[in-house]
Design a protein around this ligand. Structure first.
Ligand SMILES: Cc1cc2nc3c(=O)[nH]c(=O)nc-3n(C[C@H](O)[C@H](O)[C@H](O)COP(=O)(O)OP(=O)(O)OC[C@H]3O[C@@H](n4cnc5c(N)ncnc54)[C@H](O)[C@@H]3O)c2cc1C
Ligand code: FES
Length: 352
């Protein structure tokens, strides 16, 4: 059985299938509702329901509080229609968004290798080209696992293969399967593109990228695409990892830094014995971020990707260095473990 959703104030009416989320229906119809995590955790997709009934799905009680439920607010990424709906949404006009419609794909696994002891690289050949903006992510269905899992796309837009960096989450159903069960030539179904973590080129400002762990995936795609397009603005990439074994694509970025005078690469290792011969930066990545820019980030756009605690530390550092919310973009790698707690966010940072 299907229902309709009317989206105000644009007044457009679309169909929604049983079990399909409000967000999924809107994105497929080319209506770009703001969204980030797609897991009911960040509240970016909160919209007002004006008429109808929904199942709120797995909306976290912190992202959608009791009083908001009473006010008929819903999280579009997990709400499913139980009747025809009318919603009121803030449809963003972002000059840098390409508003690519959401599509379904099958990807054949053609290569897989450990990039670090905990991160596995997967390369999928999609059944047709996947259109995405560098920094965006896909949602994958994993056999035997309920729900879908988000993984950021790490390759150049022009590449034939989709590259993913999957960190093994202890007791994680999907990541364990992707590390231990999936075989070459298996076909994986996924949906793309999602998210609003992409480069704001129209700002024409120097850019800072900060990546933690497998959070290198999005910044890798963003930086590679910028350099391939001949971007001449200064670009700094800080990559945080525990130790040398966990630092990956180090040689690639060293080579790019040697080739492109506008690109600076700073790997930062946090968990080294004092007598280790590593000559690069040590400590937590936000500390090196602060020192690298002398605690003054004005005139930059910053893009931060990885585990939520690292992102919060970077936001605090960037704000102390006078960069404000409108110039900071984040992609938080939430997992189900974040479900039972408030989404971590800076008090001054209103979006995710
Ligand atoms: C936008 C986005 C992009 C992402 N991109 C990447 C990427 O490029 N690379 C990457 O490695 N990761 C990425 N992630 C994170 C990735 O999606 C998660 O690591 C993945 O979903 C974990 O799935 P899993 O099935 O292995 O773990 P799950 O089985 O979902 O469990 C995750 C953890 O939560 C615990 N847990 C399970 N259920 C609950 C519960 N109800 N309450 C409390 N704890 C629970 C588990 O024990 C486990 O420790 C991204 C996440 C988001 C939101
Ligand atoms: S996108 Fe819906 S809660 Fe994050």
């Amino acid at each position: 059985m299907s229902h309709t959703i009317t989206i105000e104030p644009i007044g457009q009416t679309i169909d929604v299938r049983e079990g399909q989320t409000v967000l999924d229906a809107c994105l497929r119809a080319g209506i770009w509702l703001p969204h980030a995590c797609c897991h009911g955790l960040c509240a970016t997709c909160k919209v007002q329901m004006l008429e109808g009934e929904v199942d709120l799905g797995h909306a976290s009680s912190f992202a959608l509080m009791d009083f908001e439920r009473e006010e008929k607010k819903i999280l579009a990424c997990c709400a499913t229609a139980q009747s025809d709906l009318v919603i009121e949404a803030d449809i963003e006009e972002d000059p840098d968004a390409q508003y690519l419609p959401l599509e379904d794909f099958l990807g054949e696994l053609v290569d897989a290798r450990m990039l670090t002891p905990t991160i596995r690289g997967l390369w999928l050949r999609p059944d047709r080209p996947v259109r995405f903006q560098p920094g965006q992510y896909l949602l994958m269905n994993i056999p035997g696992v309920q729900g879908q899992r988000a993984f950021s796309i790490a390759n150049l837009c022009a590449d034939e293969l989709i590259e993913l960096h999957v960190r093994l989450v202890p007791n994680g159903a999907a990541t364990t399967w992707l590390h231990t069960q999936v075989k070459l030539s298996d076909k994986l179904s996924f949906h793309a593109p999602f998210g609003r973590f992409f480069v704001r080129k129209s700002a024409a400002l120097p850019m800072i990228f900060v990546a933690g762990g497998s959070g290198l995936s999005s910044p890798k795609s963003m930086v590679l695409n910028l350099l391939a397009e001949g971007c001449a603005k200064p670009i700094t990439l800080l990559q945080g990892a525990r130790n040398r074994d966990e630092l990956y694509f180090y040689e690639l970025f060293e080579e790019l830094a040697a080739k492109h005078p506008n690109f600076r690469y700073i790997p930062v290792l946090s968990d080294l014995p004092a007598d280790d011969a590593w000559g690069g930066a040590r400590g937590l990545v936000h500390e090196t971020l602060k020192n690298t820019f002398d605690n003054d980030f004005r005139g930059h756009k910053a893009y931060v990707c990885g585990p939520p605690p690292m992102i919060e530390a970077c936001i605090a550092t960037l704000m102390q260095g006078r960069l404000f919310e409108r110039d900071i973009y984040t992609e938080k790698f939430y997992t189900a473990a974040d479900t039972g707690q408030p989404a971590r966010r800076s008090p001054l940072f209103k979006s995710i």
